[in-house]
Design a protein around this ligand. Structure first.
Ligand SMILES: [Zn+2]
Length: 67
């Protein structure tokens, strides 16, 4: 089953099969698992994916700022 990973740097989403660490092919930032199933991912348009990823990345960074 593929998992969806997102880049906190540029907001790119990627479907990945089991791997320990995933690196963004665009900016080489480590990617993290996003709470999105592969099925949900396939149902999103390119634009929706970008919008989702940017929102996720922003929330991810906000969470990091808190102790
Ligand atoms: Zn990236």
């Amino acid at each position: 089953m593929l998992k969806i990973y997102g880049c906190t740097g540029c907001g790119r989403l990627q479907a990945v099969s089991r791997r320990k660490s995933v690196e963004c092919p665009a900016c080489r930032m480590p990617m993290e698992k996003v709470p999105l199933t592969f099925l949900q991912y396939t149902e999103l348009s390119e634009e929706e994916r970008t919008r989702y990823a940017l929102r996720w990345a922003a929330a991810r960074l906000d969470g990091r700022r808190q102790p």
